[in-house]
Design a protein around this ligand. Structure first.
Ligand code: PFF
Length: 457
């Protein structure tokens, strides 16, 4: 390797320690996917059966995939595209990295719009709009707000600026420091809300709904939704793990970090489920409300509870923090690409990427309102389209390419080297062997089968 290349690598930012890496990764994983997407998908897909499929996907595909991305990122020490260029020079595998960058661009554009809704609702909660005696229709309030032109745009802009500001500070001083403080706070708030919800009269029906499966509700859609949600929630197939892993020191135990991240994310999704569904059932509301669930149903519930105003405030604070620790990771994928591939300074890269994604986000937001018919394709608003394309197409596609790359192009030796930190630690042989089989055979076959099943069905 040339001296210049070595120097450039040495100058790359790194995470401070393994705990910081874990919190940053968990910060990325835990987000609107857990608090906004997971509850409404559970509601639309019939409850426990969806959750069980989701858990199977996390354990069987999610963790091996996260490890695969981790191996590629730490070994190459490069951004999502550079990683493939470094490990397989002269090939077109770098297209996989392009897909990841495109995917993150699309995700952040609609994610930031929802983050903006979080700002609006946090502001409403600060004014104690959701306290007892609330009058007016919350569904009309929500659809009126999201379909209006200016207010959601202002909130989206604020959310994007906050994201850009943290990323501009860099990996250790921005992303790691923010995640270290906010993640524990987030867990504490959500556990408090779940306890309140679980102790409501009539909460039992919600618990049944979450944990007693009704398999007759499962369709091919449910399966793909569960897979898409597992990828979305663990931030897989988006180049995020590759990018973060490229900042991780050589001695970190990657198996431990990946399993802990997946467990933290899953526990958090279940806590969110326990915070939301028991309350939904206690107030006899339909769980299949769709994307409006946390913005319509929950405020209604808060308005019926003693001290509901305070709970609303804490909930929307949690939502905002969770959204921010994820949005910074999505932006970092695009920014790292711009810094290393387009040779830009971090601050310039942040401004450029942020402005472009902000613009796309504005279109997403406007597609939900007055410009709905102009800003729609294939009968879907741009907002819905970006969500569906990223979670159900680009993420699984990218994830499949990642495991094929690692299992077939890199091979067993590279996987073993990284899992053992080049021989420094000694995981049991069955572990490395079965992981290799999952990465080489099972994961690509499963992703392909589910995708075909959905597209042909
Ligand atoms: N995992 C995040 C969530 O559940 O909200 C979303 C996400 C973050 C997707 C980072 C992709 C990504 F690269």
């Amino acid at each position: 390797m040339s001296a210049a290349k070595l120097r450039r690598r040495a100058q790359r930012d790194t995470f401070g320690n393994s705990f910081g890496v874990l919190l940053a990764l968990a910060g990325s994983a835990v987000g609107l996917g857990n608090l906004w997407r997971f509850p409404y998908l559970v509601g639309q897909n019939g409850g426990a059966a969806f959750i069980i499929l989701y858990l199977i996907f996390v354990a069987l595909l999610g963790i091996p995939l996260m490890l695969s991305e981790f191996i590629i990122g730490r070994r190459s020490r490069a951004n999502a595209r550079g990683a493939f260029r470094t490990l397989a020079p002269g090939t077109r595998w770098d297209l996989t990295g392009f897909i990841a960058v495109l995917c993150c661009t699309l995700i952040l554009s609609f994610y930031s719009v929802v983050g903006g809704w979080g700002i609006e609702y946090f502001y409403k909660a600060l004014r104690f709009d959701f306290t007892m005696g609330l009058t007016g229709d919350l569904s009309t309030l929500f659809s009126g707000f999201t379909a209006s032109t200016w207010r959601p745009l202002v909130c989206h802009t604020l959310f994007m600026l906050a994201t850009g500001l943290i990323v501009a500070y860099g990996v250790k001083n921005g992303i790691e420091r923010f995640s270290k403080v906010m993640m524990p706070l987030l867990f504490i708030i959500m556990i408090g809300i779940a306890v309140r919800s679980l102790t409501l009269d009539g909460a039992g029906a919600g618990i049944d709904y979450l944990f007693r499966p009704d398999w007759s509700k499962v369709t091919s859609h449910t399966v793909l939704d569960a897979l898409g949600q597992a990828f979305f929630s663990l931030s897989l197939g988006s180049g995020m793990v590759i990018t973060y892993a490229s900042y991780v020191k050589a001695e970190a135990n990657i198996t431990k970090i990946c399993i802990n991240t997946a467990v933290a994310d899953t526990v958090f999704a279940l806590i969110a489920g326990c915070a939301i569904m028991p309350a939904v059932f206690a107030f006899a509301i339909s769980p299949g409300e769709g994307p409006g669930l946390v913005f319509i149903t929950l405020p209604y519930i808060f308005s019926q509870l003693p001290l509901g105003g305070v709970i609303a405030l804490l909930f929307f604070l949690a939502l905002l923090l969770a959204a921010l620790t994820s949005s910074i990771s999505i932006l970092e994928v695009v920014v790292a690409f711009a810094i290393e591939e387009l040779k830009l300074k971090r601050k310039t890269a942040v401004w450029l990427c942020m402005s472009f994604i902000w613009l796309l986000g504005c279109l997403c937001s406007l597609s939900l309102g007055r410009f709905g018919s102009e800003l729609s394709l294939f009968g879907r608003s741009l907002f819905d389209l970006f969500d569906a394309i990223s979670a159900n197409v680009l993420m699984p596609l990218n994830a499949m390419l990642v495991v094929i790359f690692l299992g077939w192009k890199m091979g067993r030796g590279v996987i073993a080297d990284e899992l053992t930190n080049n021989g420094a630690n000694n995981p049991p042989a069955w572990y490395t062997k079965s992981l290799y089989i999952i990465i080489r055979w099972l994961a690509p076959a499963a992703i392909l089968a589910i995708a075909l099943f959905q597209w042909l069905g």
